[in-house]
Design a binder for this molecule. Sequence first.
Ligand SMILES: C[S@@+](CC[C@H](N)C(=O)[O-])C[C@H]1O[C@@H](n2cnc3c(N)ncnc32)[C@H](O)[C@@H]1O
Length: 280
Amino acid sequence: MATYAQKDFDSDNYQDKRPGYPPSLFKAISDYHKGDRKVALDVGSGPGTASFPLLEYFDKVIATDPSDIMIKPGIEAITPDLKDRISFHVSSGEEFKNIEDGSVDLITCAEALHWINHENFFKEASRVLKPNGTIAFWGYIEPIFIDHPKSNDIYEKYVFEDDRYMGPLWKPGKHYLRYFFNDVKIPAEEFKDVEKHDYYPGKTQKKTAYFLGDENYSMKKFADYLSSWSAVHDWKRANPDAEFDVSQQLINELKETFKWDDDTKIRAEWGTTYTFIRKN
Ligand SMILES: C[S@@+](CC[C@H](N)C(=O)[O-])C[C@H]1O[C@@H](n2cnc3c(N)ncnc32)[C@H](O)[C@@H]1O
């Protein structure tokens, strides 16, 4: 969390450069959910990427994040007609401050559970959810350039494998995302009806309700996306005197190897995963 809370982390840039979530994902959440649709709580909301779309299905959305920097663009995006329906608060995913027991119908956690202590998250979720209330958590895992499998080796080197680059900077959290949250332990005595849907680019045959792809991806878009990463931010802080920029070097190596320029169209798909759970 520390990186997202740093004063020089650019949360407006994050909001511009990160992908949103498709309407089909919110519809899938709605189809799964039973019971009231009064209050949804979006934990680790950042600028509200998932919080605003939830308003289509739930009367009120409470968005929380421990970083006041990350929620600022969300607060600024609340239009007068929405001011009684959505609010942003500073609060962690381990302790849901000011949320009463049994008061919430749905909890979402979008691209954030890997930063949160899972045991405490589920304990708090169980406390605030109504019986039969839903938890939906999901994440996306890196763009795969599906027509150029070898490019992914270069990508893996910079992002995970080689200690000179970003690998050591992800803190333990990213591991959970990289492996599609497979080792998140859901307390069976408190939750039931677990549904998990994974999409592995190039491997999964059928698209899930959460598909993220771009037929016209480019190194220009990739550079923008990298600029929103906490690990790129951390690498620059840790290497103020470096003669190269880690994201630029990754992009240069991809461009040189595949003879791409900034605008070459490249097909990209992201690995995605989402899980729905119901409270007993
Ligand atoms: C990759 S961003 C995702 C933001 C937003 N949910 C989205 O989908 O774009 C991860 C968010 O998790 C938040 N975060 C980090 N540590 C957290 C914690 N312990 N509890 C709750 N949120 C946390 C960060 O501040 C950041 O806003």
